[in-house]
Design a protein around this ligand. Sequence first.
Ligand SMILES: Cc1cc2nc3c(=O)[nH]c(=O)nc-3n(C[C@H](O)[C@H](O)[C@H](O)COP(=O)(O)OP(=O)(O)OC[C@H]3O[C@@H](n4cnc5c(N)ncnc54)[C@H](O)[C@@H]3O)c2cc1C
Length: 275
Amino acid sequence: MDLNTVEAVHIPTRRDEVWPVGPSDAILAGGTWLFSEPQPQVSRLIDITRLGWPPITFSDDGMEIAATCSLAEIGSLTNTLPSDRPDWPAAPLFGQCCAALLASFKILGSATVGGNICLSFPAGAMISLASALDGTVTVWSADGSDYVVPIGEFVTGAGSNVLRSGDVLRSLWLPAHALRSPTAFRKLAPSPLGRSGVVVVGRRDEDDGQFVLSVTAATVRPHVFRFPLPPTAGEIRTALAAIAETEFTRDAHGDPDWRRAVTLTLAEQIRRELT
Ligand SMILES: Cc1cc2nc3c(=O)[nH]c(=O)nc-3n(C[C@H](O)[C@H](O)[C@H](O)COP(=O)(O)OP(=O)(O)OC[C@H]3O[C@@H](n4cnc5c(N)ncnc54)[C@H](O)[C@@H]3O)c2cc1C
């Protein structure tokens, strides 16, 4: 839709050109959300897609994904990683998480990893990916400094996060130890093409044997449980029971009691698959 209050579009090509960012400015990445509903408070867009950030940078320690990397690019890793990095069996998770987002191919080609994380919706598919793989995000502040936050601390609630005015999410880091882990993924939505109601991902860390279980979409922020050894069904049940009632998402895509029950069922399936 046309944002008819927007009077200017600023397109920085260097870090120092991004700021100042004022209260009526909005950071523009893929624009799939920004242009999907009225933004009456916005009079200027700051398009961060020309900053020249390489979408994905690989190293032996892990991978850095630029905030401006598209969902299509990150989803394609499921096809390319098995030959490029056969030691990273977490490859299927990239495509699975991208498919968890209700989107046409046009949206997947425009929507960015950073935009998805910054919206911080419970059904944020890139939040599911990052939570399952021990992701951390790097944020640029207006004063020229950076800070790094684990994704579980970045998202603070449904649609809320730690970003301060003028902060720009620069990248998501996924460490190699997590990428070396076999994973299992489950998603449920009330309708086949609907927004995710529950996403549960399990991971067997090959380095230290930990079993890691992440719950997203069902809850307003990510919940990650770590077990030193593969858990029993009872241990999974006890861990999930600790999630407070108010932490479960309540919206048109599912009530809290449904989300809690389904989370437990999917977590048990994952436990069996990975042990
Ligand atoms: C039909 C439809 C279905 C959708 N389904 C889902 C869904 O299932 N799950 C879901 O999570 N989302 C969904 N969305 C919302 C949105 O399309 C996605 O979250 C998408 O990934 C957002 O990325 P973007 O690059 O287009 O963000 P934009 O629209 O460009 O920006 C989104 C917000 O993040 C801010 N922002 C973007 N990048 C940065 C950055 N690097 N630093 C700081 N702030 C930044 C923007 O200022 C804006 O407030 C849906 C949207 C539509 C229209």
